[in-house]
Ligand binder design. Structure first.
Ligand SMILES: *Cc1c(COP(=O)(O)O)cnc(C)c1O
Length: 357
């Protein structure tokens, strides 16, 4: 069936795959819904916004994305409350960020009206894939790739913007052990660290594998010049709790401006928790760990919301964080506060919920 609503051509799938999915045993990011959204950039304009059945693309092997890495993405989630109503969390932030990522990669910016119309139309079509219940969500992956054919090293003049959707469960990775980077770097001054550019992630896999071989799951990156200042993890910003104060690095052209990060800062301020946004020396954290003042480290990002860190390694020494009861952990508080807003349980005093109706 082909129908066109508000300029979006909708080509519905013949039959839903939803009954074949085991929603109790989802692996993050492996299953996709029935439909996807796409829109092409041709002759200087974004054209042909279309929703069609999820499926493979046909792209030339000479498309520039494969050779020069012009690719950016976003990560956001949709949630369903107990009445079956669907909400996004601060989606305008993701929209703005995909365009700032695009700008840095010489990719044309995407129009706001098509972004929101495409996204909400797609979510309404695949709404049965969003399961109610705390922890269940639909992970949303918008992305842009350069599709122009040609292996000359120059920005493409054709692109494809897409949105794909993947049902997700709360996942308990257990506490995360991290390595503080001493040799490799994620980003540099003047570079692309603040962008969700595909190559930023590929470049982290090798040093992260080295950390995994030593029994750690993630790397906390430090500044590329001296490896003296703590920056962020692979896909999460990082917070440190020393005594009862919270510390996180300022955003810059090396650090991604996470939506979860800025939400945690706002929630902390509202709760009267002292927050310092300033450069944090590795040596401060090591000293605080030695004196017992370091109470918590946690990552903040859309996928896991809040990930508590149980230990970190630096200069071949492992520092274990103190055991704290769940009730006294800031990590527990912020996760609960965020999820209660996301699932329409708590009052939304910041105006972060975005109903999809
Ligand atoms: C996506 C991402 C984050 C977290 O951002 P959110 O908007 O909170 O999901 C943090 N750091 C990096 C490098 C990221 O890619």
């Amino acid at each position: 069936m082909n129908i066109t609503t508000n300029n979006i051509t909708i080509n519905k799938s013949e039959a839903s795959k939803i009954n074949q999915i085991d929603f109790d045993n989802l692996v993050f990011g492996n299953v996709f819904t029935d439909h996807m959204f796409e829109c092409d950039y041709i002759d200087g304009a974004w054209v042909n916004p279309t929703i069609r059945p999820y499926g493979n693309l046909s792209i030339s092997p000479a498309a520039k994305v494969f050779h020069y890495g012009q690719a950016v993405f976003e990560g956001m989630k949709a949630f369903k409350d107990s009445n079956g109503d669907t909400f996004l969390f601060r989606p305008k932030e993701n929209f703005n960020r995909i365009n700032s990522s695009s700008k840095r990669m010489a990719i044309p910016e995407f129009p706001e009206d098509i972004f929101f119309e495409g996204l909400t139309t797609l979510l309404k079509l695949d709404k049965d894939w969003i399961k109610p219940g705390i922890g269940n969500s639909l992970y949303i992956r918008p992305f842009v790739i350069a599709t122009q054919v040609g292996v000359s090293a120059s920005p493409a003049n054709q692109y494809k913007f897409m949105i794909i959707l993947s049902p997700a469960q709360a996942y308990y990775t257990g506490d995360v052990k991290v390595v503080i980077a001493e040799q490799y770097s994620r980003s540099a001054d003047g570079g692309v660290g603040y962008a969700k550019a595909a190559g930023n992630y590929g470049a982290q896999f090798y040093p992260t594998n080295l950390a995994k071989e030593k029994g750690f799951q993630q790397v906390i990156w430090t500044d590329a010049n001296e490896h003296k200042y703590l920056e962020e993890a692979g896909t999460m910003n990082v917070f440190f709790r020393i005594k009862d104060s919270l510390f996180t690095a300022p955003t810059s052209d090396r650090i991604l401006d996470g939506v979860t990060r800025k939400s945690v800062i706002a929630l902390a301020k509202k709760a009267g928790i002292p927050v310092e946004v300033r450069p944090i020396l590795v040596s401060e954290i090591v000293d605080a760990a030695n004196s017992g003042d370091l109470k918590e480290i946690f990552g903040a990002g859309t996928a896991a919301v809040i990930s508590p860190v149980s230990a970190f390694s630096y200069k071949e020494k492992t520092y274990t964080l103190p055991e704290m009861t769940k009730e006294t952990k800031y990590a527990t508080k912020f996760k609960k506060d965020l999820m209660e807003i996301q699932y329409n349980i708590a009052e939304d005093s910041f105006g972060w919920r975005y109903p999809v109706n």
